[in-house]
Design a protein. Sequence first.
Length: 95
Amino acid sequence: MWTFFFLSLAVSFICCLVFEKAASRFGFVDVAEGDALKIHHRPIPYLGGIAMFIAVISSLLLMALLGQGDIRPLLIGVFLAALPILALGFWDDMK
């Protein structure tokens, strides 16, 4: 079971680094110019939620493929519950 934890940790770390670079390169960043509610001083990249989504789903997929019990209902439930949250977070970041 710890293997899947460390796999998810490694995938989330790598995805965060990749998505941070991609967000900065393509302009998916939050700039605090003229907004009193935003206290950051440098551009903050979006897309971190997508990295976390990929890490969790990839870990659950690997568990399902390696036969760690019947986790298909869990995988489907997590995917279906997280997808609208991911979409709403992405939409909120982009507006």
